[in-house]
Design a binder for this molecule. Structure first.
Ligand code: SF4
Length: 339
């Protein structure tokens, strides 16, 4: 089977061209074709010699995969399904909001973290996506040239697939790649500590932490990751990092009825986030099958936001989109399609 060029960093392309006795600058030419000129086959790389193109074709191909299905919500949100060679299924979502077009990208088929309120967590884990597969989601959707923001908030825990996550961040933000500002990218993590430090110090992307409950004993019940990587430790690490005004830190917080929006939670949030320049983003719970969780009402969410704001915690409520096509936060699952 041929190896895919699309999804390779400039460093990796350089290794390839050197192995084929070419000068390093040829790697930059290939990157241009892949990430700037959007070609789909090696034949189209017309500034490479015919002989070299033939040599390249012996071992490599570009490697783009078309999505296998797309559904559109009544609010315009689109949910894509990708099926890869080993039948791994992955979903991704595009959200349209005036000038802003946000792609919610996935990094794994399924997820190991098993958050109790998340459809992806309930379906279990199949495998990590390669850098080719993650980047292919972006490249292969209909509106790829209009995407303004990318959030790694689709299926999977991005930091549990750090190597491939990092490669795609590199390609998205480098001048040889798509040259997007790192602040157009947000990586959302449940607090996967082994690679959080790498994310903070090796990249400049914005960071979102799935918090959902500031009290450890309660968070454990909702998010098993709390047992291995306590939120206190995550916050400790975040506090050690010197946040400049440009890089944003957000805490994602699904509001459940009578579960995580009481006085004790406000108090715990004030203590936990004290000294951090950040924002809390309240999210509506979208009901999934076989769950005991119930979402707070809109009124309760507004009340909770106002109480947090009165404690000087910058808090917003995220607009909910794509619920009718199961594309909203926490609803991505390929369990049915697998059957
Ligand atoms: S919320 Fe995120 S980390 Fe938790 S199970 Fe779902 S996809 Fe995984």
């Amino acid at each position: 089977m041929k190896e895919y060029l699309f999804g390779k960093t400039l460093e990796e392309l350089t290794v390839i061209v050197k192995s084929l006795n070419q000068k390093p600058f040829v790697a930059k030419q290939i990157a241009d074709w892949l990430y700037k000129k959007h070609i789909e086959d090696i034949e189209s790389m017309t500034n490479l010699s015919l002989k070299f193109r033939d040599e390249l074709k012996d071992k490599y191909c570009v490697g783009l995969t078309k999505y296998s299905n797309v559904v559109t919500s009544k609010d315009g949100t689109k949910k894509y399904l990708f099926k890869y060679e080993d039948n791994a299924l992955v979903e991704a979502v595009t959200i349209f909001d005036k000038e802003r077009v946000t792609l919610c990208i996935s990094t794994q088929a399924g997820c190991k973290m098993n958050c109790k309120f998340c459809a992806t967590g309930k379906q279990g884990f199949s495998r990590n996506l390669s850098s080719n597969e993650i980047l292919n989601i972006f490249r292969s959707i209909d509106e790829f040239e209009h995407i303004t923001n990318i959030v790694y908030m689709g299926m999977g825990e991005p930091l549990d697939n750090y190597e491939n996550l990092k490669k795609t961040i590199d390609i998205f933000t480098s001048s040889y790649g798509y040259a997007l500002s790192p602040h157009r990218l947000t990586v959302s993590t449940a607090g996967f500590l082994p690679y959080l430090k790498n994310l903070l110090y090796q990249t400049d992307v914005d960071v979102a932490i799935s918090l959902h409950n500031p009290i450890a004993q309660q968070r454990q019940q909702m998010m098993p990751i709390e047992n291995a990587y306590p939120i206190e430790k995550t916050i400790e690490l975040l506090k050690q990092y010197s946040w400049n005004g440009q890089r944003h830190l957000t805490f994602e917080y699904i509001v459940f009825k009578d579960l995580n929006n009481e006085q004790q939670h406000i108090k715990a949030l004030c203590r936990l986030l004290n000294g951090l320049s950040c924002r809390i983003n309240l999210i509506k719970f979208h009901t999934i099958p076989n769950t005991e969780f119930v979402g707070a009402s809109e009124k309760e969410m507004i009340e909770f936001r106002d109480k947090l704001m009165s404690k000087s915690l910058l808090t917003t409520i995220r607009a909910s989109k794509g619920e009718d096509i199961l594309a909203a936060c926490g609803l991505l699952s390929t369990k049915e399609q697998s059957k």
